[in-house]
Design a protein around this ligand. Structure first.
Ligand SMILES: *Cc1c(COP(=O)(O)O)cnc(C)c1O
Length: 363
């Protein structure tokens, strides 16, 4: 059986180093907000080319805390509208709502699965204050066009980079954004539990966020803001310190798998994803489309290839969002009906990739 994502194999090489780190944390007897976190925050900020990194309990909180910080700073207020892609993992939309803001859905481009910049302007109202980008499946959204729209309409840009660690590597610009990451085990950089972080060049934002994640408190028992408890603990930070140095190498391996899929899968029934072959894609997922998706998934399962659907139900059709159920987003719906994620990870072997391609070409 070729598994969709073999997490055990991904973490195996670190086993003895993890044991060492665990021993060190136990010896130090310090578990929260310590030196491992500080080291990680410095290294990850450097990796992301940003001035500040603030660890959080998970990726969802990273997003919520960005919005809450902007509210504290008076740059957003409850009831403001935030543009979001209509096809995303539910966490992006829930984070907007959790902060008391109103998500406004915009259709993606079917080729890239990312938000269509041409459709943003028509959704902007006097209440629109921000755009939440999601770099879905690991591919950067169209940053230049979106920054232009943001500048023209005086909007904040917040990025959900939970699937795109390392995709900004070659992207440099001066736009002042706040970027949320998740270190959930299955992400391109994953810890052994929950973890997240915010990176930004915005010093004001970083200062508020640093307090908000820790009960709104800088000095113990003195609370400046109505904060929450969302911290990246020492043990998880220590594991991330071990894995971060290999992130670019792992992303290269993912891109090598993607390149083979794109060049060697030849089947009229399968639509391959768009990629400009730049490093702006880190292939968190390799997502194909096909009309009879469930049929293809079953065929692959019969051939011992495990696949996953990201995601089977669009947000506006979820029971939780009953107000949206009658809305129509045809491209989003088509994507959710047709997508299938092939096995993708830095530990897939050449032999496994060859087998997957052969089976797909025979379908
Ligand atoms: C994983 C993910 C999140 C949430 O991260 P958690 O650490 O699980 O809270 C948010 N947005 C996207 C697009 C994700 O894939």
């Amino acid at each position: 059986m070729i598994s969709f994502l073999d997490l055990k194999k991904i973490n195996e090489p670190y086993e003895s180093a993890f044991q060492e780190k665990l021993k060190k944390v136990l010896e130090n007897g310090w578990y929260i907000l310590g030196t491992e976190l500080q080291t990680f925050e410095e290294s990850f900020a450097l990796f992301c080319n940003k001035k500040h990194c603030i660890g959080t309990g998970n990726g969802f909180d990273a997003l919520v805390l960005i919005f809450k910080s902007y509210i504290e700073l008076g740059k957003l207020k409850k009831g403001d509208e935030v543009i979001v892609p209509a096809n995303t993992f539910i966490a992006s939309i829930l984070a907007v709502m959790q902060a008391g803001l109103i998500p406004v859905l915009v259709e993606p481009k079917i080729e890239t699965y990312n938000i269509n910049p041409d459709l943003i302007q028509e959704k902007i109202t006097p209440k629109t204050r921000a755009i939440l980008l999601v770099h879905l499946y690991g591919q950067l959204a169209e940053m230049n066009s979106i920054h232009e729209i943001a500048l023209k309409n005086n909007l904040l840009v917040i990025e959900d980079a939970a699937q795109s660690h390392g995709a900004h590597e070659s992207y440099k610009n001066s736009f002042n954004s706040a970027v949320a990451y998740s270190f959930y085990p299955g992400k391109n950089l994953g810890c052994l539990g929950d973890g997240g972080a915010v990176v930004t060049d915005d010093e004001e934002l970083a200062k508020v966020l640093l307090l908000l994640r820790n009960y709104g408190s800088e000095k113990k028992y003195h609370n400046d803001f109505i904060g929450v408890n969302s911290r990246l603990d020492e043990l998880q930070a220590s594991f991330l310190n071990l894995k971060l140095p290999n992130l670019n190498r792992d992303n290269d391996k993912r891109r090598a798998v993607a390149k083979r899929y794109l060049e060697e899968i030849k089947n009229d029934k399968i639509i391959l994803p768009f990629w400009d072959f730049s490093n702006n894609h880190v292939f968190h997922l390799f997502v194909i489309r096909t009309e009879k998706r469930d049929d293809l998934q079953q065929y692959l399962a019969e051939n011992n290839i495990q696949t996953v659907i990201h995601y089977p139900i669009p947000p506006h059709r979820q029971k939780a969002f009953s107000d949206w159920n009658a809305l129509s987003f045809p491209i989003t719906e088509k994507i959710h009906n047709e997508v299938l994620s092939l096995p993708m990870s830095p530990v897939l072997t050449e032999k496994e990739v060859t087998f997957i391609i052969e089976i797909l070409n025979r379908y």
